[in-house]
Design a protein around this ligand. Structure first.
Ligand SMILES: [Zn+2]
Length: 217
């Protein structure tokens, strides 16, 4: 894990690492020390042995049904018939992206990141808002929540703004530029896209409900 990943993990536990900027400064070092003092172990030891520590949620701009491209670009895709299609590569492939065999779903942030997609949104337009002919629905969001909750439990990923986020939140929250990606700033029932973090919070609340009660923060 790199410095940005460590900062995000500290923030997930509400220990302020200063700005999440990938720079190992005084605030980050103090936050690491605070974690060690509280937990009796290093923040590095808190990461799952697989090397996976983040879930990023996308819409793939596809029609109905998981396409070849979805299976290549995400570890799991929730489809309109409420199935979860697993991608060609397992999440573990993204523990180390230097070998070129990994799932590319988020610019500059694939390492350690599980990519989950909710099918649809082909032809969707941000301004003026038009969801296109294949928007996803509420039932699919529920399946997405269960899927993400499972990944969090499997890989010990804390459910927080910093570790379970939509593609649209990556830039404002983790400071990695994403070329204006707006997935997922809209959910069924909204008449237009909302703020990235606000919509992310709605999704995280659903994911929390899909977790065993004692695990949800
Ligand atoms: Zn995306």
């Amino acid at each position: 894990m790199n410095t940005r990943d460590i900062q995000a993990r500290l923030a997930a536990y509400r220990i302020d690492p200063g700005p999440i900027d990938g720079l190992m400064g005084r605030k980050t070092r103090r936050a690491m020390a605070a974690f060690r003092w509280k937990q009796g172990r290093s923040i590095r030891a808190d990461f799952h042995e697989s090397g996976l520590h983040r879930v990023i949620i996308h819409w793939p701009v596809s029609g109905e049904g998981a396409s070849e491209s979805d299976l290549q670009h995400y570890h799991a895709t929730v489809t309109h018939d409420l199935r979860v299609m697993l991608g060609y590569l397992k999440p573990e492939a993204n523990a180390d992206c230097t070998d070129g065999r990994y799932v590319a779903h988020t610019r500059g942030l694939n390492t350690g990141s599980i990519g989950v997609a909710i099918d649809g949104m082909i032809g969707a337009q941000e301004h003026p808002f038009d969801p296109g002919p294949a928007p996803f629905n509420r039932q699919m969001v529920n399946v997405l929540a269960v899927t993400v909750a499972d990944f969090c439990l499997t890989y010990d990923i804390p459910l927080s703004r910093y570790t379970v986020l939509t593609h649209a939140e990556v830039e404002p929250t983790l400071g990695v530029w994403q070329r204006g990606k707006w997935d997922v700033r809209w959910l069924p029932g909204m008449d237009k896209p909302g703020g990235a973090i606000k919509v992310g919070d709605v999704l995280r609340a659903k994911i929390a409900k899909a977790m065993p009660r004692e695990m949800a923060a």
